[in-house]
Design a binder for this molecule. Structure first.
Ligand code: G3P
Ligand code: MG
Length: 220
């Protein structure tokens, strides 16, 4: 069962940072999940929220803030700033995949240009079908549809997009759903696993991957 480090094991590392990506790989993650959006000077950066307030001492939106400023910020109480997508690829050791979650539209072409520069295995995920469609129209990179409710409709959407995987919120996972998803040919990677009890329940359901906040929640 794949261990996918959510934001680079956000429960134990400063999330979505180069430091977290390196630490997650060292801790045995098979994949690292990161969130991507575009900053004010146009580069692709790795940051979850649309605004800076919750995770840094700064205010304002990522979309309006230039890269130079983002790189000078500190994530949480760490000394790590906001990295570019390329910097995350550079930090990732061989053999560890990157699950790139696209947080907004209009990123596909620039993301694919970055992916092309590295040998890293990539899985692109998004809650937004149009965002995945934009990637599908330009490449054969494997896709995963994220969803938090409506599992039947999500499977239909994932089928029409040609997804390789579905990424359900963990509470959407029961034996019936996993069976149907597997029958339709999808891998199932559930998010976000925060406790070992949650991990054990999902592992017993035979999911393919766990998107987890800490190494202790990985299951083999
Ligand atoms: O990719 C799984 C998970 O990251 C989706 O939710 O809000 O943590 O990006 P979020
Ligand atoms: Mg995410």
């Amino acid at each position: 069962m794949d261990c996918i480090a959510h934001r680079g094991f956000a429960g134990v590392n400063p999330e979505n940072t180069v430091q977290a990506v390196r630490a997650a790989a060292s801790a045995g993650a098979d994949w690292v999940e990161i969130d991507v959006r575009r900053c004010g000077s146009g580069e692709l950066v790795v940051f979850h929220d649309a605004t800076l307030d919750g995770l840094t001492g700064a205010t304002g939106s990522v979309a309006a803030t230039p890269l130079e400023t983002l790189q000078s910020l500190s994530i949480g109480d760490s000394d790590a700033g906001v990295p570019t997508l390329a910097e995350v690829f550079e930090a990732l050791p061989g053999g560890v995949g990157l699950n790139v979650e696209l947080k907004e539209r209009g990123l596909a072409a620039d993301c694919l240009a970055v992916f092309d520069r590295y040998d890293t295995e990539v899985l692109v995920s998004s809650f937004d079908a149009d965002t995945l469609q934009a990637v599908a129209e330009r490449s054969s990179v494997p896709l995963a549809l994220l969803f938090a409710n409506g599992p039947d409709a999500a499977l239909d959407t994932a089928t029409s997009l040609g997804c390789a995987a579905v990424h359900p919120y963990r509470r959407c996972c029961d034996a019936g759903f996993i069976n149907t998803a597997h029958g339709a040919g999808f891998d199932v990677n559930a998010w976000t696993v925060k406790t070992e009890t949650q991990a054990d329940r999902l592992a017993a359901l035979d999911v393919d991957g766990l998107i987890v906040d800490a190494p202790a929640c990985c299951r083999s």
